[in-house]
Design a protein around this ligand. Structure first.
Ligand SMILES: NC(=O)c1ccc[n+]([C@@H]2O[C@H](COP(=O)([O-])OP(=O)(O)OC[C@H]3O[C@@H](n4cnc5c(N)ncnc54)[C@H](OP(=O)(O)O)[C@@H]3O)[C@@H](O)[C@H]2O)c1
Length: 326
């Protein structure tokens, strides 16, 4: 099989395409012939070698993708060769194993890909949609009629959060930092799209809530926004920290009078049972057409270094996916 292999930590240049032996499935495992792979920001943090998660070298990066079941272990009944699937996680370990033409997965990591979604769209589901669903439902307990701010709505998780918040019956405010991103956020169903680079964007968000404040914030860049988020929250509001890239000073007093809450979340903390429920809910949304992943860029697997530069650059407009050669 073809696979991206990292033999030393460092910049995007350490991502090298190699030929590796084809995997064979364990008794309860599924081998997916990968047609598209999701590129997630965490792949770049891990590649640098400075993140909390440090896989043993050499390793193949990546958490999620989509393709066709190629082989199954003797105990697998839920899938058969030829099934269209997406996967979230692989059997090789946390955030590893997906940047390849074949991925070995536990059965619980594999889910059916609805006919209406392409493989590239399927590669935009595993991490982003499950993260957005957990943030809104499991952590924030968002209720119909509430106001949600998706702070960073133009990327993989943000688009998923906008669509899921609409599915749940919330009023949705979404931010982006480019004209294309703002247009995309509106097209995905946000009631208002706001430029998070605009000097008056916080005031604008406050006005758009009619002075009530925001009930739920899904935050993609907490080290920049968390203190201002606390000022934007409504009484009993919740901010879910999904993304963070450094330290920030906050005034905790802002949480007291409103009895508001700061909630951390990481997808890896979800139990297998919780993830089953999340993917069942997502599958229903995909089937009914109320959830539709948006792919911004498709690149060949060999261009993984370029994809790692793009995913960290401003101007997101959907998911970046890699396509292994046939
Ligand atoms: N906790 C978890 O389990 C989990 C899971 C998945 C992802 N994450 C994290 O969540 C974050 C988003 O992931 P992703 O896959 O959606 O990444 P992405 O596709 O690269 O999108 C990044 C988003 O952040 C926005 N952004 C940039 N500057 C911002 C600012 N000042 N304020 C608010 N938003 C800003 C970008 O907008 P523009 O480019 O338009 O400026 C874009 O919408 C990343 O930090 C990632 O590591 C966490």
């Amino acid at each position: 099989m073809h696979a991206i292999v990292i033999r030393e930590f460092g910049g995007p240049e350490v991502l090298k395409l190699e030929e590796r032996p084809d995997p064979v499935p364990g008794k309860a495992q599924v081998i997916v012939g990968v047609r598209a792979v999701g590129v997630n920001p965490v792949d770049t943090y891990i590649r640098s070698g400075t993140y909390a998660l440090v896989p043993p070298l050499p390793y193949t990066p990546g958490s999620d993708g989509a393709g066709i079941v190629q082989a199954v272990g003797e105990l697998v009944r839920a899938f058969a060769p030829g099934d269209r699937v997406y996967f979230c996680g692989t059997a090789t370990g946390l955030a590893t194993g997906a940047y390849a033409s074949l991925a070995v997965c536990e059965t619980s990591q594999v889910h059916r890909l609805p006919e209406r979604l392409s493989f590239a769209q399927g590669a935009a589901v595993g991490v982003p949609y499950a993260t957005a669903h957990r943030a809104l439902v499991s952590r924030a307990a968002a209720r119909p009629g509430e106001i949600a701010l998706v702070h960073g709505a133009s990327g993989g998780v943000g688009i998923a959060a906008v669509q899921i918040a609409r599915m749940l019956g919330l009023t949705v405010l979404g931010t982006a930092g480019s004209p294309e991103g703002l247009e995309l956020v509106s097209r995905q169903g946000a009631h208002h799209a706001i430029d998070h680079r605009g000097p008056d964007h916080v005031e604008r968000i406050r006005e758009l809530t009619g002075g009530h404040g925001v009930d739920v914030i899904v935050e993609m860049l907490a080290n920049v926004n968390l203190d201002r988020d606390l000022g934007l929250l409504a009484p009993h509001g919740r901010v879910v920290v999904v993304g963070n890239r450094g330290r920030i000073e906050i005034d905790p007093r802002q949480t007291m009078g409103k009895e508001s809450a700061i909630l951390g979340m990481v997808l890896w903390a979800a139990s297998t049972g919780e993830l089953e429920a999340v993917h069942a809910a997502l599958g229903d949304g995909f089937e009914r057409g109320v959830l539709t992943p948006v792919v911004g860029r498709e690149l060949p697997l060999a261009e993984a270094p370029k994809a790692h530069e793009l995913v960290m650059a401003p101007g997101a407009r959907g998911k970046i996916v890699l396509v292994p050669a046939a």
